[in-house]
Design a protein around this ligand. Structure first.
Ligand SMILES: Cc1cc2nc3c(=O)[nH]c(=O)nc-3n(C[C@H](O)[C@H](O)[C@H](O)COP(=O)(O)OP(=O)(O)OC[C@H]3O[C@@H](n4cnc5c(N)ncnc54)[C@H](O)[C@@H]3O)c2cc1C
Length: 460
């Protein structure tokens, strides 16, 4: 879309941040996001530094009928942080956090990463549940629900959201909480970026660490079925403070694994105990006895270090295609499907993981917030990940095959934040029974669907 240069100049005159256009030196970097499959060319990228900048940008997009995308951490696999031809509100400069350690609250800006949030709260030995890759954006993660190592004990990220400052499609700045715009607050907690630009999030915090018992126990793929069966039994009686995820892939060259097993199939149990490490030691011991481990790296380490432990495997710039299901139970037939899939990996970076949530994430009623999947004990993600465009078809095909093979064992729900760009037919499953109410709230706050670069909810 062509925007008159006089209009852009007038906008720049009022805007406090940087405006990046095609031809600018910064343009190609500014349009890059985590998934290298996404190659979009916006007409303008506006890097906001204040809420007022966001208001200006929303008004500019709406008044000029521009396609609008909002970029938080830029991690969304579907590439919804970017658009072609339109305008991108880029929040990556808005990362400031302020912690009240007595009230156990943090307020953080809408462009912060998980690393920014953890750094601010861990200075006080506090944390809120977030995801497992520290470069992910707080905004997109929270708006979809958000889960990670602390979720079994402290719930989804949204279960810890106290309030949000939102710039609506009308360009108004509102505060949403249980008592202010409660319908909007309900919708923000799982309804993705459909309802406005969140400029500030306020979260409740819990004492965590700063040192926690965490790490990896690795078994050979030949033992995977037995390990998975024992893992299922183990988790059924594990306390909420203990999270154990299962990751199946080729063994990376981790220093604690013998060189001979690098590049061979493995199942890793990744764990964190969110309480006194001394209490956790005996609890995790059975995990070492599921067979003969290839190696382990478990110990007491800073929570922030564990929050970054997977970053080297999840760097930006690779090509990625994901498929995901929720599971309320893990069945033996699923284990056969996953093992067969790992035996046919199309690239050394591909993997399948089972994130054990359950615990506190399952206790709120499904209609208490927009995120509806309170029956999900496990979230599975098949990560197709590779480097070369020539491998696209093969790697995407592999992910789709496993997705199909695992479908009969799944609950039918899916985590909205793991949907790829070609899964428009699954959007209703992602919002589940809350879709119709979300569509009503969408009509109130964004009747013309200005915010549509997301897993979109049509205004009722
Ligand atoms: C490597 C990796 C690991 C992950 N691990 C986890 C995990 O452990 N747990 C988990 O729950 N999820 C995880 N995710 C999924 C993640 O939650 C989603 O990709 C999420 O959308 C990322 O948010 P973002 O701000 O980085 O993304 P972006 O792509 O910037 O934004 C995602 C969506 O939110 C909208 N949006 C962004 N910022 C705002 C804002 N301030 N206001 C309104 N709308 C906004 C965007 O328009 C877009 O539609 C992971 C993703 C990756 C790539």
């Amino acid at each position: 879309m062509k925007i008159q240069s006089t209009k852009i100049d007038a906008f720049k005159g009022k805007f406090g941040g940087e405006v990046v256009s095609p031809g600018d030196e910064a343009y190609d970097d500014a349009r890059k996001i985590w998934n290298a499959m996404i190659d979009k060319h916006p007409a303008l990228i506006v890097r906001c530094i204040t809420t007022s900048d966001v208001v200006l940008a929303v008004n500019f997009a709406r008044d000029n009928e521009l396609l609008l995308a909002v970029r938080g951490g830029g991690h969304n696999i579907a590439g919804s942080a970017m658009c072609d031809d339109g305008i991108v509100i880029d929040l990556s400069q808005m990362k400031a956090a302020s912690v009240d350690p007595v009230a156990r609250r943090v307020t953080i800006e809408g462009g912060a990463t998980l690393a920014d949030l953890d750094a601010s709260t861990q200075a006080h030995g506090l944390a809120t549940p977030l995801g497992i890759n520290s470069t992910t954006g707080v905004a997109g993660l929270t708006l979809g629900g958000g889960f990670g190592w602390l979720s079994r004990k402290h719930g989804m990220t949204i279960d810890n959201l106290e309030s949000a400052e939102v710039v609506t499609a009308a360009g108004e700045v509102v505060r949403a909480s249980d008592t202010e715009h409660p319908d909007l607050f309900w919708a923000l907690r799982g309804g993705s970026g459909n309802f406005g630009v969140v400029t500030h999030f306020e979260f409740r915090l819990h004492p965590v660490g700063p040192d926690v018992l965490s790490g990896l126990i690795v078994y050979p793929i030949a033992a995977a079925k037995s390990v998975l069966r024992q893992y299922r039994e183990f988790l059924a009686q594990a306390p909420d403070a203990l999270s154990v995820w299962a990751v199946l892939r080729q063994a990376p060259p981790l220093p604690f694994l013998p060189e001979a097993v690098h590049g061979t199939g493995m199942i890793a149990l990744a764990l964190l105990y969110a309480d006194d490490p001394k209490l956790g030691e005996p609890l995790i011991d059975p995990l070492r006895k599921f067979g003969t481990p290839l190696g382990e790296h478990v110990g007491v380490q800073p929570y922030t270090a564990w929050q970054q432990a997977f970053d080297p495997l999840l760097t930006p710039g690779a090509r990625n295609y994901w498929k995901s299901h929720n599971f309320s139970t893990l069945q033996d037939g699923l284990f056969d499907a996953v093992i067969e899939s790992i035996e046919n990996l199309p690239s050394p970076q591909c993997e399948i993981f089972f994130g054990a949530i359950g615990g506190a994430t399952t206790r709120p009623a499904p209609e208490s917030a927009a995120y509806a999947h309170r029956d999900a004990q496990f979230v599975m993600n098949v990560h197709g990940r590779w480097q070369e465009p020539a491998d696209d078809e093969r790697c995407i095909g592999w992910a789709r095959e496993f997705f199909k093979a695992s479908a009969p064992f799944a609950s039918g729900g899916v985590y909205v934040n793991f949907l790829t760009a070609d899964e428009g037919d699954r959007v209703r499953s992602a919002y589940g029974p809350n879709y119709d109410r979300l569509a009503q709230v969408k009509r109130t706050y964004d009747p013309d669907n200005l915010f549509r670069m997301n897993q979109n909810i049509q205004p009722a």
